[in-house]
Design a protein. Structure first.
Length: 202
């Protein structure tokens, strides 16, 4: 078994360096895109996105995430379970564009794995871990010239009903992916200085 020094040395030999400026530029491109070209996403690229998704870290390595790949009929059905951007009660059918995306997934948490060690608190931690996995997915998409959107405005009860999802799974988001059909508009972001504190928080 490698000691800490040996492990670091071994990793340094395997991990290729990435230009930080290029990586930061790619991360900045990760915004929600809701309009896609009709071009199919190659299966190899989809597989790479899912590989990136599963490689996310998780608490105690319990890997709580699951992905449901939606077919054409299911993409139309899930629109009924989407809400408007303000989560307005009764605003079902709030995201009709989802029906026309090239690829859509429902991201879920397996509650059995989430609660196995620490009970209900495991669900909260699993939610955090799962969104780390989604970010991995989105980073890989940008690298491949693909755009994504994460729809968190969902009626969970209705989504489980239309997709016949068992109670042991908790849907947390719908993720869409495809080639963008519009120019990416970057939203204004707070600077590093605006979000960091030195020594104390005022």
């Amino acid at each position: 078994m490698l000691g800490s020094d040996g492990l670091v040395e071994n990793l340094s030999k395997r991990v290729q360096t990435v230009d930080s400026a290029t990586l930061l530029k790619q991360l900045q491109q990760i915004v929600n895109i809701r309009s896609y070209k009709s071009d199919e996403v190659p299966n190899k690229d989809l597989r790479d996105l899912l590989e990136a998704f599963r490689l996310a870290p998780s608490m105690a390595n319990h890997q709580p995430w699951e992905m449901l790949i939606l077919d054409s009929n299911q993409k139309e059905s899930v629109v009924e379970a989407t809400l408007d951007p303000l989560f307005t009660k009764g605003s079902n059918h709030g995201q009709p564009w989802v029906a026309n995306v090239p690829v859509a997934f429902v991201v879920m948490i397996d509650l059995r794995r989430s609660e196995a060690r620490i009970g209900e608190e495991g669900v909260n931690l699993s939610m955090q871990d799962t969104f780390s996995a989604i970010q991995n997915f989105r980073v890989m998409a940008i690298i491949k010239g693909l755009a994504t959107s994460v729809v968190r405005e969902i009626d969970v009860k209705q989504l489980k009903k239309v997709l016949s999802i068992p109670n042991s799974f908790l849907p947390v988001a719908i993720v869409t992916v495809g080639y963008p059909n519009i120019e990416v508009e970057l939203p204004p972001l707070l600077s590093v200085d605006e979000i960091t504190h030195e020594g104390k928080v005022e």
